[in-house]
Design a protein around this ligand. Structure first.
Ligand SMILES: Cc1cc2nc3c(=O)[nH]c(=O)nc-3n(C[C@H](O)[C@H](O)[C@H](O)COP(=O)(O)O)c2cc1C
Length: 304
């Protein structure tokens, strides 16, 4: 067996496949379908200081090759997360990464402190990039100084490994990646969903109650591959690719662009076992191609 292990700061993963926030609930939802011991880790739905109902329905619209969602960060809130979700997560045989967000820099720091101190939480992923809420999230992810502030405040609040999830909706992602790395992030996730919109031509109303949403799935993968590449050129911290990966081939492609790990997101709705199949396919690919360590793949694209 090829060693597929990955080190992200102090976070050790048995292999580079993680399930993406918001597409895998709090993991228990997938218990009968996914063998957690076959993947690197799970990332929870985004947790906020207080519970949130999210946006009214409809909040998902399927496109030809993807999904537009405006869930609006529906979640149980940090107190109920600890009371009703964490016991289950503590027992599963893979890393547990908790995605979180708040409406202010202080809010991020407080939540990072609280979540980072919980036994069973192996790493935190700060979402500074959600397009589907009126306040909080996205505005931090589009400005290098704000992104650095929120990263620094979260970093100072906890010793837990800290991943910062960037917005794809910026003109220079390298600038944000390097600001976040300098501010103390252990890794970055590239990237959140891409702002998008769909309209019903009969009613002339948007398909989603929120009006706009975020596009995910196969449609976004080539864009995210380019963003991963540009981020890798700008920083030395590990990059976790998130955007349209559906098979082990996509994992290899993201790694060649510079990713050290890859998230499976929208694909979970089509094939709940996709994350396991991606890990198994990657192992076979490495074995058949004489790759002993994933370092041989990361950033190994031959650019013209
Ligand atoms: C229904 C849905 C809910 C999501 N919720 C969150 C969330 O709570 N926090 C977050 O950081 N990203 C969230 N995302 C973004 C995903 O984690 C992922 O970054 C994105 O879907 C791109 O990857 P994919 O194309 O593989 O799905 C959500 C995506 C979807 C489709």
């Amino acid at each position: 067996m090829t060693d597929l292990s990955v080190q992200i700061g102090d976070l050790s993963l048995r292999n580079p496949i993680l399930t993406a926030s918001g597409t895998f609930g709090y993991a228990s939802e997938y218990e009968t379908m996914v063998d957690f011991s076959k993947i690197g880790g799970v990332i929870t739905k985004g947790i906020s200081p207080e519970p949130r109902l999210g946006n009214p329905q409809p909040r998902i619209w399927e496109t030809e090759s993807g999904l537009i969602n405006a869930i609006g960060l529906d979640n149980v809130g940090v107190k109920d997360f600890e009371l009703s979700k964490l016991d289950y997560l503590r027992e599963i045989n893979c890393a547990v990464v908790v995605n979180f967000f708040a409406e202010s820099t202080e809010g991020y720091a407080t939540l990072a402190h609280t979540l980072g101190a919980m036994v069973g939480v192996d790493a935190l992923e700060a979402n500074i990039s959600c397009p589907n809420v009126k306040s909080g999230g996205r505005e931090f992810g589009v400005d290098p100084a704000a992104a650095a502030d929120v990263t620094r405040a979260s970093r100072e609040a906890t010793n837990c490994p800290l991943i910062v999830k960037l917005s794809p909706d910026v003109s220079n992602i390298g600038e944000i990646a390097s600001a976040v790395a300098d501010a103390g992030a252990d890794a970055i996730t590239v990237a959140n969903s891409i702002p998008a919109m769909a309209i019903d031509i009969d009613s002339r109303r948007p398909r989603l109650s929120f009006g706009r949403g975020g596009l995910t799935g196969p449609a976004v993968r080539p864009i995210v591959t380019r963003l991963v590449y540009e981020s890798a050129q700008a920083t030395n911290i590990p990059i976790i690719a998130s955007g349209g990966a559906s098979s082990w081939r996509d994992v290899v492609e993201f790694m060649l662009a510079g990713a050290s790990a890859v998230q499976a997101g929208t694909v979970n709705f089509v094939n709940p076992r996709a994350s396991v199949e991606m890990a198994e396919g990657l192992e076979t690919y490495c074995r058949q191609n004489g790759i002993n360590s994933l370092e041989q793949l990361v950033g190994a694209v031959n650019m013209p």
